[in-house]
Each structure stands twice: as C-alpha cells, then as structure tokens.
Design a protein around this ligand. Structure first.
Ligand code: BDR
Ligand code: CA
Length: 380
C-alpha cells in the first residue's frame, strides 16, 4: 500500500476504537499475507534484543536484509559484537551486520546497564564473534537496501532511532521508499526510564521525532503492551530443556537476566519488549491496535522523550461514531497553551488530524510467549 493509501485507510477506520480484522488487514505494516517480508532490524543488544534477534532469525516469514547495531542499552562497542554473536549462534552468518551510531543525534548517550548488565546480555558470557561487520555504516547501509528494494523493506527498530533518523536525514527521498516501520518504542501510558519516557525514545528523542514525522507508516509497540511480557522461571526452563544452540543461548541469557533482575530487587523477570515488536509483525493478531497521530516531546525538562498520542476517540468522554469521524477530519493537533509573557499563540502542529501510527493497545501475552518460546526452542 502506498503512503497515500495508508492515510486514506487510516481516516476511514477512525470510527473503530480497536482494530477490526478488516482494518488491520488494510493497514500497511503487519505481515498479514504473503511473504517472506524484507526487513532490516536495527538493534542495541540488550537482553530482550538478543532474544528478539534469535526469534527473527528463526522466523521463515522474514527475509532479513541486514542487522544494524546502535548504541543504547550499552555502548556500540558492546551492542555490535553482541549482534554478531547472535548471528553466529543462530547459524546465520550469511546476514550482514552493520555498525551504527555511537551516540544519539544531539545528546549524550544514556545506557541501561542497570537492566541489561554491563555486557548487555545480563552477564551471560559468549566467545568473541569471529565474523566482522560490513564496511558501510548502518545509516548508509539502510539507505542502500531501501533504495535497492523501494517499497519493499520494513524497518524493525528495537533500539534508539539514531541510525534510521540519520539515514532519513541524509536522503530526503528515502522515507517514501520505506514500506513500513515497526518499532519497540514509546508509550501512551507512562515511561520506564522517566515517568514520561520509554527508554528507546528517551535516549534519542530528536531521532524518534524525525521518524514519527517522516510519513513512513509506523507500527508502535510500546510499553503499553510490552510491560505485560515479563519472562518467568517457567519460560526459562522450557528454553533450557530444548537441546539446540539457539534455545541454549537464549536460556543462558534469560537465566542470567532473571538472576540480574532478582539481584536488582525487581519482583518480576525482564520484559520481552523487543521480541514482542518482532512477534507483532509476524502475527498482528497477538495485539489489539488503535490509530494515533504520535509526536515526541523533545524540549521538556522533565518529559523529553515522551510520546503523545492524539486521537479523536482517545478521550474520556466518548462521542458517537459519526461525530468521531467528523472530529477526525477537523481536529487540530495543538501544543502547549501560550504563556502570559509571550505573544506566541498555542502552536498548531498539524492543521488536520491524520494518524501516522498503528499503536498496540493490548496483547495476548500467553499466545506471544507460545510463539517466542516455541520458535526459540525449535518447536514451531
Ligand atoms: C526498550 O529499551 C531497552 O532497554 C530494551 O531493549 C527495549 O528496546 C524498552 O524500553
Ligand atoms: Ca532494545
């Protein structure tokens, strides 16, 4: 579907508060039919990234064109070798891996070693990778691949959006050639690194804003759903019981991450944020969807990295469907109210409400874990 088609179908489905099968089928991003689908996975491994990469590499629906590493959970000096390690473990050394940004566009890097351990894999140790990254930097590699397959490539981003924003900045025509972008990132219900912001968007809010405003049809799998995917002892046992290299590696990372979480005083296991984004692409019926215009706060002293979801049917007081549709056509997207001291009026960010994102609103966690554990253990 073209971007114009996405916008048209988005407006047409405004009346529905949750996505029907038909609406979902008309959305641009999920792998509802056909395949395999060309994807590039941009990642900052990361415990949940590592499992998400293994899941993706065990999924025949995906034609992985590249894996691109970015600084995030830990510095690039660790995320890059961790990505290479996952490729070796999965026996997929045919896949090119590219090194990406060492730092966000305009900010200093904030990492999440407190959640992922100093090595990014919860302390699970694997040998140094033997394979090397390709010579092209990630942003350039993304640009080349999207241009090679215009309209075919879905970007699955499970880290800060620095690499993708850099690619978009360097090539103004690129966004129109990207089929869709599925991200683990953002939240419409509070953050994890601050009360307002989800980690991936917090680390590079300027990059996230570029992506949300790019016109690429976006699927946002945020904390609203990923915080319902906590890994349990039972999941880890199932992985440990399966005798194959992927399952054993996943079990090792998962066991270490579980222990790390306990040592940090967390009462539940780590959430499988990034695997849910991959799974949501593989099987969109695992999630319920709502359409929003999503924008990113970049200047707030307390709220930078917050994602805001505008929707004519997101308020407390519901209107009838016809009225919601009408409001959907006339609604303005506004920023903050004007201050007394300035002549500035309340900024109108968009004259009309046009959704730019399919946002995951609920998840069937049990079915998600069946898929994740089933594929990692080789049973599906
Ligand atoms: C996201 O941040 C990272 O810590 C995880 O890998 C995930 O991508 C969750 O907020
Ligand atoms: Ca990640």
């Amino acid at each position: 579907m073209t971007r114009r088609g996405f916008v048209t179908s988005s407006v047409a489905t405004l009346a529905a508060s949750t996505f029907t099968r038909e609406a979902l089928a008309s959305s641009p991003n999920p792998a509802t039919a056909g395949g395999p689908f060309r994807v590039i996975i941009d990642t900052d491994p990361g415990v949940d990234d590592a499992l998400a990469l293994l899941l993706a590499m065990r999924s025949p629906e995906l034609k992985i064109e590249a894996i691109t590493a970015v600084a995030g959970n830990v510095p690039l000096e660790l995320t890059l070798p961790n990505a290479l390690r996952m490729v070796e473990i999965a026996g997929r050394t045919d896949l090119p891996v590219a090194a990406g940004a060492k730092a966000p566009l305009v900010r200093r890097l904030v990492t999440a070693a407190y959640a992922h351990g100093e090595n990014g894999l919860g302390g699970a140790v694997f040998p140094e990778p033997k394979i090397k990254p390709v010579s092209e930097p990630a942003a350039q590699f993304i640009q080349q691949l999207v241009r090679r397959y215009p309209g075919e490539v879905t970007l699955i981003t499970i880290g800060p959006l620095t690499n993708v924003a850099t690619a978009l900045n360097s090539d103004p025509e690129l966004a129109a050639m990207v089929k869709s972008l599925v991200m683990m990132g953002g939240s419409l219900s509070g953050g994890n690194i601050t009360p307002a912001a989800e980690f991936n968007v917090y680390v590079d809010p300027e990059a996230a804003r570029i992506v949300f405003q790019s016109g690429i049809p976006i699927t946002m799998v945020g904390l609203d759903v990923t915080r319902k995917t906590s890994l349990t002892e039972d999941h880890v046992r199932l992985l440990e019981a399966a005798q194959n290299p992927v399952s054993q590696a996943a079990a090792k990372i998962a066991r270490n991450a579980l222990n790390h979480n306990r040592e940090q005083g967390f009462l539940v296991g780590p959430n499988m944020h990034d695997s849910l984004a991959v799974a949501g692409f593989l099987d969109p019926s695992l999630l319920k969807w709502k359409q929003y215009y999503v924008d990113v706060e970049t200047v707030g002293e307390l709220t930078a990295g917050e994602t805001l979801g505008y929707s004519p049917n997101a308020g407390d007081l519901r209107r009838d469907a016809g009225m919601e549709k009408q409001v959907g056509v006339t609604m303005r997207i506004r920023g903050s109210a004007p201050t007394l001291g300035s002549t500035r009026t309340s900024p109108v960010l968009r004259d009309k409400f046009v959704p730019n994102s399919n946002v995951a609103a609920d998840v069937d966690s049990a079915r998600f874990f069946d898929l994740l554990i089933g594929r990692l253990s080789g049973k599906q």
